[in-house]
Design a protein around this ligand. Structure first.
Ligand SMILES: Cc1cc2nc3c(=O)[nH]c(=O)nc-3n(C[C@H](O)[C@H](O)[C@H](O)COP(=O)(O)O)c2cc1C
Length: 403
């Protein structure tokens, strides 16, 4: 039988832990965050439904998005043991530049809607962590303002081909003058994908004041206060717009774009050219033949054509086809550093993350993006060490099976 006694104070004292509660509300909110899923949960609470859905959602029935996430879940890692992993270097080389971490922040439009500091917060976080940030054509802060906010950050500029070619050329020139290192040409958006959540929520840019949104303001007062008391929400590279994202894309972007456009863009941009949105081997080859220094195997986070191939599954064949002539990058569905490592093992030089850092931005502005980067970085390094590799170069295809 168990004999019981009262615990003594000197036994209890070492067990007592008084949790440090930060005074700053953002720090307090982020204190319990350990994963990207934690950031997503806070983002859901902090932002109006239409804003969260614009970020979180995808096209049509969102089959692509679910398949991408499932593909990462199906990944089976094959670790090697007894390899001395006292330290592991997660760095990689992309476009001839050494990166401290093997992922970059993908271009995302309308970032000031997610948090009033938008692109400024993101570029500051990118600078702090020394990761690359790609500013979108659909950005809500100008090329020059982003450059001024993060003068030492590694910056790329993402371009869509516009009907007005001269306006496109002007953006290229501005990105050149503002010292952006690479131009990312997104090629999977001849027309807008059908984001059904946006249709259902009646999302417009800027968000309109309707009975529903006014009601929402009562639920998310901080977000609405910040929206209404900061610089009006417009696209920095485009004329003022008061309609839906889909209408805007269809009005501005050119559906007749072809590989011939890659040629003039190649001529207009002397630095590295990245073609984003490649989804088969033939297009990867053609992009490289037309001058791409890197391709991103991507389906736009499942936000364009639904039921496209899963980028992770396509990656090995595209890497085999063009990997000796161009850097192959990957994005879509990444929610952890382990996902990044799976992509690297299957042939990517680096991965791009979109929603993962946007959840951070919505959850806590710049500090939230910092936290998202920290989480991914820690997970990458931990996964490498547990896999028995000390650097990204030691990763091999046999480390990953797609199950
Ligand atoms: C809210 C949002 C806006 C986006 N806007 C753009 C854009 O303006 N240009 C672009 O090339 N890709 C855009 N993308 C796609 C991302 O660059 C990237 O391909 C995608 O987010 C990767 O998937 P992930 O979000 O699952 O990481 C956007 C993605 C999201 C989530």
């Amino acid at each position: 039988m168990t004999t019981r006694r009262l615990p003594r104070w000197d036994e209890l004292r070492p067990l007592l832990r008084f949790q440090h509660v930060p005074l700053d509300p953002t720090e307090r909110r982020l204190a319990g965050v350990n994963t990207i899923a934690d950031l997503r949960r806070i983002a859901y609470r902090r932002t109006p439904r239409a804003v969260f859905d614009y970020t979180d959602g995808a096209a049509e029935q969102e089959v692509s998005l679910r398949r991408m996430r499932d593909a990462f879940r199906r990944v089976e890692f094959r670790p090697g043991v007894l390899r001395d992993v006292s330290a592991a270097d997660p760095g990689t080389t992309v476009l001839g530049q050494r990166w401290r971490l093997p992922f970059a922040l993908a271009p995302t439009g309308f970032t000031r809607m997610m948090h009033h500091e938008g692109e400024r917060a993101v570029v500051r976080a990118a600078q702090t962590a020394d990761v690359t940030y790609a500013l979108s054509t659909m950005g809500t802060t100008s090329i020059e303002d982003v450059a001024a906010e993060g003068p030492h950050a590694r910056k790329w500029f993402q371009l869509y081909v516009w009907r007005d070619r001269d306006a496109g050329k002007e953006l290229i020139q501005r990105a050149l003058e503002a010292d952006y290192e690479a131009l990312v040409l997104t090629v999977d958006t001849p027309i807008a994908g059908a984001r059904m959540r946006d249709v259902r929520n009646g999302l417009t840019i800027p968000p309109s004041l309707t009975p529903t949104t006014v009601l929402d303001a009562a639920l998310h007062p901080a977000w609405w206060f910040n929206l209404l008391t900061t610089e009006p929400l417009t696209f920095a590279s485009m004329t003022h717009w008061g309609g839906t994202v889909a209408d805007l894309v269809n009005r501005m972007f050119d559906p007749s774009v072809t590989f011939a456009d890659v040629d003039w863009i190649r001529d207009a941009w002397p630095r590295s050219l990245v073609v984003k949105g490649i989804q088969n081997v033939a297009d990867a080859r053609a992009a490289v033949e037309h001058g791409a220094d890197a391709v991103v195997v991507s389906n736009h986070g499942g936000r364009q054509l639904d039921r496209t191939p899963v980028p992770l599954t396509l990656l090995p064949e595209i890497s085999d086809a063009v990997g000796d002539r161009a850097d192959v990058l990957l994005d879509g569905g990444i929610t952890s550093g382990a996902d990044v490592v799976a992509g690297l093992a299957l042939g990517a030089k680096a991965c791009l993350v979109g929603r993962a850092y946007l959840y951070g931005l919505m959850a806590g502005g710049e500090r939230g993006v910092d936290r998202a980067i920290e989480i991914l970085a820690e997970e990458v390094t931990r996964t490498l060490r547990l896999l028995g590799v000390r650097s990204v170069d030691e990763l091999d295809r046999w480390h990953v099976s797609l199950g």
